[in-house]
Design a protein around this ligand. Structure first.
Ligand code: ZN
Length: 162
């Protein structure tokens, strides 16, 4: 069952959600051979009802099974969103879908998690790769991964997830 909040329950009090969401429910498709998700997403969230929407705050943690793009070694990447915040409007054009008093938080978590994926997973920032194999410029771009957030490939991916 997806991670949903019941608006009726929220009328009475804030809701605390804590647990794990199986990969099947998260439906994260990395479309990337170097990043795989096999473990459930751990969440610890507090949901508040505001006048015109919901405020979700808390922590998301997901372990990614990565393959280093330089040395091809498998390693685990801990994607940790310690202060995840999401505002979900209940009114207006951008309002979220409410199904039998429930709002599914899963798509919003998925979207933000995908944004945090490493662009070029490295087992170690200092990884020098396999000896004798040129990795075509990847070495010189270390530390500048953040600048690729708006790359076309990721824009496409995000579009698909919406
Ligand atoms: Zn490596």
């Amino acid at each position: 069952m997806p991670l949903a909040v019941n608006l009726r329950h929220l009328e009475a009090h804030d809701i605390n959600l804590e647990g794990s969401l199986p990969v099947d429910e998260l439906q994260i498709d990395t479309r990337d051979e170097v990043i795989q998700v096999h473990r459930p997403l751990d969440y610890d969230l507090e949901v508040q009802k505001l006048e015109d929407g919901l405020l979700v705050q808390g922590r998301l943690h997901l372990v990614l099974e990565c393959q280093c793009v330089r040395c091809l070694k498998p390693f685990q990447y801990h994607l940790d969103l310690k202060h995840w915040t999401c505002h979900l409007p209940l009114q207006g054009e951008d309002r979220v879908t409410v199904t039998s008093d429930c709002v599914d938080l899963t798509p919003y978590m998925r979207e933000d998690i995908l944004l945090e994926f490493p662009r070029h997973p490295l087992c170690n920032p200092e990884c020098r790769g396999l000896p004798g194999i040129s990795v075509g410029g990847a070495r010189s771009s270390s530390g500048s991964g953040k600048t690729e957030v708006g790359s076309p490939a990721w824009a496409e991916l995000n579009k698909l997830k919406l």
